[in-house]
Write a protein that binds this ligand. Structure first.
Ligand SMILES: Nc1ncnc2c1ncn2[C@@H]1O[C@H](COP(=O)(O)OP(=O)(O)OP(=O)(O)O)[C@@H](O)[C@H]1O
Ligand SMILES: [Mg+2]
Length: 258
């Protein structure tokens, strides 16, 4: 059976929950202020489940990184995802990430932003898997092609709106695929609306260029001999981000040997 526990907000002062909420430096004072923040966001309970874990903490979580710990929360009868700011994160708050996420949402990209405060980002819960894992169990060329096409289309929309994600050239933890095969780009904390947006080229580098586990699996499905052509198409797109150049790139990226 799936290992999970639902803990009401007013019981988070017990361990190991306090250690998750205030990771990695739990303290009574910080906990009280964070619990108050959760209440004002309208959250009722935290659900501890998932496949990730925190060093020295005995409950599972959805995900973790250097900035945040992501868990499921209950709100108005719905399950949502919340990113909890780590106390040792090199960020004073999650408000920049929230505003970048809302720009992404404006072009139908990323989990929907619900609300945000200093230490919490509340967003749509994506019930799925990270791309490298998803690829291990989805080898069918047509469904892989469909997912990649959608990832590339989303990156094109981000390029068009001028939002650079910033971490798509190494994205093993930034592409989530839900149960219906819809991809979601996550983690906009290093995103910028000031830099030149290079999402399509960055994600192509990750998916087709590098030596990541996703790239290795995709290389078995995709036609290797198109690499030189891919580089040419990427170069043309980089110079001129038109729909025509993007579609030419798509054709090369998605030419799958049957
Ligand atoms: N909306 C969501 N629904 C489900 N899982 C999510 C969601 N957002 C993030 N996650 C999971 O949590 C993990 C960590 O999230 P995120 O990448 O935002 O944290 P981070 O601290 O910024 O990470 P990093 O240090 O890698 O930049 C993700 O890789 C993903 O597995
Ligand atoms: Mg991050």
């Amino acid at each position: 059976m799936r290992n999970f526990r639902i803990v009401p907000i007013d019981q988070l002062d017990q361990e190991p929950y306090m250690s998750v909420l205030c990771f990695p430096n739990p303290s009574e004072k910080e906990l009280q202020s964070r619990v108050q923040e959760l209440r004002s966001l309208g959250l009722r309970a935290i659900e501890f489940s998932g496949t990730a874990s925190l060093f020295g903490v005995r409950v599972p979580v959805l995900g973790k990184g250097f900035v945040g710990v992501v868990v499921i929360a209950h709100m108005n009868g719905d399950r949502v995802a919340i990113k909890i700011r780590r106390q040792d994160a090199g960020r004073v708050d999650l408000l920049h990430e929230a505003s970048m996420l809302s720009i992404a949402n404006s072009v139908k990209v990323a989990p929907k932003l619900i609300s945000a405060s200093k230490n919490f980002l509340v967003m749509q819960l994506i019930d799925g898997e990270l791309l490298p894992n998803w690829l291990k169990t989805h080898k069918d060329a047509a469904s892989v092609k469909q997912v990649l096409r959608e990832v590339l289309e989303q990156c094109f929309r981000l390029d068009q709106v001028g939002l650079d994600h910033g971490e798509l050239s190494k994205a093993p933890k930034h592409l989530l695929i839900d149960k219906a095969g819809n991809p979601f780009i996550v983690d906009f904390e290093t995103a910028s609306a000031e830099r030149r947006a290079a999402n399509v080229t960055a994600v192509c580098q990750y998916l087709f260029g590098g030596n990541s586990s996703a790239a290795r699996i995709l290389a078995q499905i995709f036609n290797e001999k198109n690499k030189a052509e891919l580089i040419d198409m990427l170069r043309a797109y980089k110079i001129n981000k038109t729909r025509g150049n993007f579609e030419a790139l798509l054709r090369v990226c998605l030419s799958i040997e049957s």
